[in-house]
Ligand binder design. Structure first.
Ligand SMILES: Nc1ncnc2c1ncn2[C@@H]1O[C@H](COP(=O)(O)OP(=O)(O)O)[C@@H](O)[C@H]1O
Ligand SMILES: Cc1cn([C@H]2C[C@H](O)[C@@H](COP(=O)(O)OP(=O)(O)O)O2)c(=O)[nH]c1=O
Length: 216
């Protein structure tokens, strides 16, 4: 069976974590091996880099290099081997987050991000490894901020002002517009159950899960 690489994107508080575990179970119920992972992070080395990126002050190039260094390790140690085994890789954020946060959010050079993407995502199995599907939780930053307020201690990104998240949201929209076949936009402002149904539809439409399996 072919592996499946699925990433989940959206601004902080968009609802990704709320839905990923349920999807993982739906795939396991179909007898699929599921590799549940995240970025920044996903390997011991990349988790160490994550700690630095989320909690230490640094300039934009340093930040981008650390994130892509972690991504390289994660891709080679975890994602490619899982795909080669035929597993379903569910990844909480991938490179679109770099274009949205470092690019649109921080104003970092998009061309340079594209260069890093092409270096880092070239593997033996793929000239440019990209997710087969990116589930994009789209919702206004005001709603995300309200959901997050008091829910958890903010990291370096979560403590940014709302204008930052408006730019990040715009960055996701631009990536989605550039690659509409890879992106599935979810109206994440909806109630939890309605969001789950939208996600279920996306997976059913691709024939990856039975219609009822994705709904919470
Ligand atoms: N559809 C929803 N409506 C209202 N609150 C939600 C919804 N989805 C998630 N939440 C809540 O919003 C907060 C952020 O959700 P979470 O899944 O952690 O987002 P993310 O992983 O994208 O940052 C959590 O407290 C969660 O319980
Ligand atoms: C993958 C990635 C994440 N990030 C940021 C987005 C998030 O604010 C932060 C951590 O992501 P995430 O794991 O989604 O945080 P949490 O578990 O707290 O919801 O890292 C980037 O800035 N660039 C990237 O390439």
């Amino acid at each position: 069976m072919n592996g499946l690489f699925i990433s989940f994107e959206g601004i902080d508080g968009a609802g990704k974590s709320t839905h990923i575990e349920h999807l993982a179970q739906a795939f396991r119920d179909q007898g699929r091996e599921v590799c549940l992972t995240r970025e920044p992070g996903g390997t011991p080395l990349a988790e160490q880099l994550r700690e630095l990126v989320l909690h230490s002050a640094m300039d934009a190039l340093t930040e981008a290099l650390l994130i892509f260094a972690g991504r390289r390790d994660h891709l080679l140690q975890v994602i490619e081997p899982a795909l080669a085994r035929g597993a379903v890789v569910l990844c909480d954020r991938f490179t679109d987050a770099s274009f949205a946060y470092q690019g649109a959010g921080r104003g970092f050079d998009l061309q340079l991000l594209g260069t890093l993407e092409s270096w880092v995502q070239r593997t033996e199995a793929a000239p440019l490894r990209q997710p087969d599907l990116t589930v994009w939780f789209d919702l206004p930053p005001t709603i995300a901020a309200a959901r997050l307020s008091g829910a958890r201690a903010p990291d370096r990104f979560e403590s940014q002002p709302e204008a930052f998240f408006s730019r990040v949201a715009g960055g996701y929209a631009a990536r989605a517009a550039a690659e509409p076949a890879r992106f599935a936009r979810i109206d994440a402002a909806a109630e939890r159950e309605a969001v789950a149904l939208q996600i279920a539809d996306v997976f059913a439409a691709r024939g990856w899960l039975p219609a009822e399996e994705g709904a919470a």
